[in-house]
Design a binder for this molecule. Structure first.
Ligand SMILES: NC(=O)c1ccc[n+]([C@@H]2O[C@H](COP(=O)([O-])OP(=O)(O)OC[C@H]3O[C@@H](n4cnc5c(N)ncnc54)[C@H](O)[C@@H]3O)[C@@H](O)[C@H]2O)c1
Length: 327
């Protein structure tokens, strides 16, 4: 799907929690491009960056930034009261790797924000919530492909908090029939992904090679993930947001292709023309072994998902980091 085929959001008012982050900022740009009358971001800048929303901020009359903690009920009541959105996209979270530093905090932030948004929705403060969960709720695959009924075997407290949020929202849907769609993206990569502390494998590898360091692989490199290019995730989120049949549902959003971490490091190396050594390090204490999404449920509702191939996506991503370095 191309940007021109994205759903029309003309006249809609949206709030994006975590909108200064990697995925959130691309969603904000896409919502503005799709005609939203107003897009408001709630971000506490835990990992978000102003540069991610520079482009959006140029649209002064249609964009507003709230530097707030989405886990504070009074702040969210004030934002939603002021913005009167039709839809809220919930992407705020503290990165998975943060759960190795502050396990309880990484867990609770995910649940707290979901509960606040559910209560505000129940009270009629807005119409629809698209809640962004994660494939991490499944833990390592006990069967592949992993469909939405795969057991939730969270291996980190980050994932446990996400799983708790998903369960809580499903209960709200059951008890109060609120309009929630839960989407579980698998591993995203693309421009603007954090390459500093807590960085994920793609930006980390790009940064190391561009800095003249060896790329690192933790463990044997044969652990797998289902990688999805960020624009494909944004397309999917927007199509779910416009799909009435997605109400109350839980959907994977991924490529349906399984890739090893070793292949990712090799792919990035090739895109950067690096043929040097890899720095092999011990595996993480908690690291899912296999991830491969079942995407039939998503496809049945919104059509083709994640059309961008890995080579194409990695090449666009590498080019973005290169040009950022030049700037
Ligand atoms: N990147 C991936 O591979 C991936 C995969 C699956 C699911 N997801 C989900 O997508 C969403 C976005 O992920 P991302 O990769 O863009 O992460 P990110 O860290 O780049 O973005 C998260 C944003 O949330 C903000 N934030 C953190 N705590 C907050 C709080 N209490 N209040 C307000 N803002 C807060 C951060 O500052 C950041 O800007 C997350 O919910 C994540 O779980 C991401």
């Amino acid at each position: 799907m191309t940007a021109s085929e994205r759903p029309d959001f003309s006249g809609k008012r949206a709030v994006v929690t975590g909108g200064a982050g990697f995925v959130g900022s691309h969603l904000v740009d896409a919502l503005l491009a799709a005609g939203c009358a107003r897009v408001a971001v709630v971000d506490n800048f835990f990992l978000g960056k102003m540069e991610n929303i520079d482009q959006a901020a140029e649209q002064q009359d249609r964009f507003h930034l709230y530097r707030e903690d989405a886990g504070e009920r009074t702040a969210m009541e004030a934002v939603i009261g002021a913005e009167k959105p039709d839809i809220v996209f919930n992407l705020a979270t503290k990165a998975l790797l943060y759960s190795f530093f502050n396990p309880a905090g990484a867990c609770s932030v995910n649940l707290d924000i979901a509960l606040i948004l559910a209560d505000l929705l129940r009270g009629g403060a807005y119409d629809r919530l698209v809640h962004v969960s994660t494939s991490e709720v499944y833990g390592s695959a006990v069967r592949t492909p992993m469909d939405e009924d795969h057991p939730m075997l969270a291996e980190t407290t980050y994932a446990a908090g996400k799983a708790a949020a998903d369960l809580a929202l499903a209960s709200y849907v059951n008890q109060y029939d609120i309009n929630v769609t839960t989407v579980r993206p698998f591993n995203n990569y693309g421009p603007r992904q954090n390459d500093g502390a807590l960085a994920a494998i793609v930006p980390l590898t790009i940064k190391r090679i561009l800095n003249g360091d060896k790329p690192v692989i933790q463990g044997d490199g044969l652990q797998t993930r289902d990688f999805v290019y960020v624009q494909d995730t944004v397309d999917g989120l927007m199509r779910f947001a416009k799909c009435d049949d997605a109400r109350g549902g839980v959907f994977n959003l991924a490529s349906g292709r399984e890739t090893t971490i070793k292949a990712i490091v090799e792919g990035v190396s090739e895109a950067l023309g690096y043929d040097g050594e890899i720095d092999w390090q011990p595996g993480r204490t908690a690291d899912v072994r296999r991830h491969l999404a079942g995407v039939d449920k998503a496809k049945a509702l919104i059509g083709d998902v994640a059309p961008t191939g890995l080579e194409d996506g990695l090449s666009k991503t590498v080019e973005w980091y290169r040009s950022r370095n030049r700037r």
